[in-house]
Design a protein around this ligand. Structure first.
Ligand code: NAI
Length: 391
């Protein structure tokens, strides 16, 4: 066994053992063979939890052709998946051009089911004229769902179940998975104390609610900045201080953005931060903190640790930025991402939605659509059982 393969196998063992919902799906799929004779094309982060999902699909009879996301592919996991006979393209150090060519290779393999991320595969099969042979697919992200309903509207002749539109995923993954992992990452990267420290969370959507909740659970003092009045109202009744970001800038010591919107922490907010303020982002795009402005305004920039940079401003203030403003829960040494249980839930949604498109596509409409309600209820019941919630 190669060193890389051994590492991938060892890192996946614990994770597989703590994903009971996927373990049950694996047993059921081995019996039902919902993907017999089907080729599933995948574009999703190639990390240990995804490997467990792919094993489940393969147990259901699928031939798997896969690639990862740019910059996040874990080479030991690629080695592990290849050792099981899957076709996997990509490596950690791929350039963006290599990544695009990996996505093209998945499309050229003419998959009949798509497990997509950001609608790259759906757009690719439409552009290359392979769409007719696809029976259906799933889409993991909000941004992919928007693309399917907008740019690709009317062009996708097969059903695509948008996993991110599910309430189960919003609660299990965005609120509790991201909430826990963002706070864990901030602690791991900075090694600072949370209790008694003043935090400002920008955005009180699914992720922001979780981040605020877990910071408070550790004893942090938390304020919320939210542009939607109803969510600001909810934050206030949940017991948080609520205000404008510009106003909270002077109060906060630690700022975490989770909005999906650009330049939430822009020049006006940066101008009002106290010296020593720490900035981090949890949103998908690295644009929520205006890092270009911070860089241009700084008289000196120094790297203090793997994911910690200090910006010295000419007026004497020093501002700290974590993970270059990229998703903080995927950064730093040994990033873990969302909890195993949150991904067990999210990937069971994936697995059963893929089974639905493989076996009952005729009962679904073409294009983007939510996860069927019966699947959500089934998965919620299974999650409660696995948790032992009644005990
Ligand atoms: P959401 O739509 O539920 O919440 C976003 C909230 O931000 C909304 O309530 C909106 O009103 C608010 N907002 C927008 N602009 C704002 C501004 N300028 N100031 C203050 N609030 C503002 O979305 P969700 O699910 O919470 O996702 C947020 C971001 O996190 C997205 O970019 C999403 O892709 C990303 N995400 C990150 C994950 C991770 O692992 N780090 C995992 C899942 C989602």
């Amino acid at each position: 066994m190669s060193e890389l393969l051994e590492k991938g196998a060892a890192r996946t063992r614990w994770i597989r053992s703590r994903m009971p919902l996927l373990a049950a799906a694996r047993r059921e799929f081995a019996e039902r063979q919902p993907f017999a004779g089907r080729r599933i094309g995948m574009s999703l982060h190639l990390e240990p939890k995804t490997a467990v999902l792919l094993e489940v699909l393969a147990a259901g009879g699928a031939e798997v052709v896969a690639t990862g996301n740019h910059g996040s592919t874990q080479d030991d996991i690629v080695a592990l998946l290849r050792s099981t006979g899957m076709t996997v393209f990509g490596a950690r150090d791929d350039t963006i051009e290599q990544h695009m060519s990996n996505v093209a290779s998945v499309i050229e393999a003419k998959p009949d089911i798509l497990l997509d991320n950001g609608a790259d595969l759906a757009a690719g099969v439409v552009a290359s004229g392979h769409a007719e042979s696809v029976v259906g697919g799933t889409e993991e992200t909000t941004s992919g769902g928007i693309r399917l309903r907008d740019e690709l509207a009317g062009q996708v002749p097969f059903p695509v179940i948008v996993i991110n539109d599910s309430m189960l995923k919003a609660i299990g993954e965005n609120r509790h998975g991201v909430g826990q992992s963002v706070v864990e990452s901030v602690m791991r990267i900075t090694n600072l104390m949370i209790p008694g420290r003043r935090f400002v969370v920008a955005g009180y959507g699914w992720c922001g609610r979780g981040i605020a909740q877990y910071l408070r659970a550790f004893g942090g003092k938390v304020a919320v900045a939210e542009v939607d009045e109803l969510k600001a109202f909810e934050a206030a009744l949940d017991g948080y201080r609520v205000g404008d970001l510009a106003q909270l800038a002077e109060w906060g010591e630690f700022f975490i953005t989770a909005t999906g919107a650009p330049n939430v922490i822009g020049p006006d907010v940066i101008a009002r931060l106290q010296g020593g303020a720490i900035l981090a982002n949890a949103g998908h795009f690295p644009w929520e903190i205006d890092t270009a402005h911070l860089r241009a305004a700084a008289s000196a920039v120094s790297q203090l640790d793997a994911a910690i940079e200090r910006f010295d401003l000419p007026d004497g203030r020093e501002i700290t930025l974590l993970a270059e403003g990229r998703m903080v829960n995927l950064a730093g040494r040994e990033p873990k991402g969302n909890s195993l249980e949150a991904m067990d839930l999210g990937f069971l949604l994936q697995a059963l939605s893929l089974e639905r498109v493989a076996t009952a596509a005729a009962g679904l409409v073409p294009g983007a659509q939510p996860v069927p309600r019966d699947l959500e209820r089934l998965i919620a019941r299974r999650f409660l059982d696995a948790l032992g919630a009644d005990r």
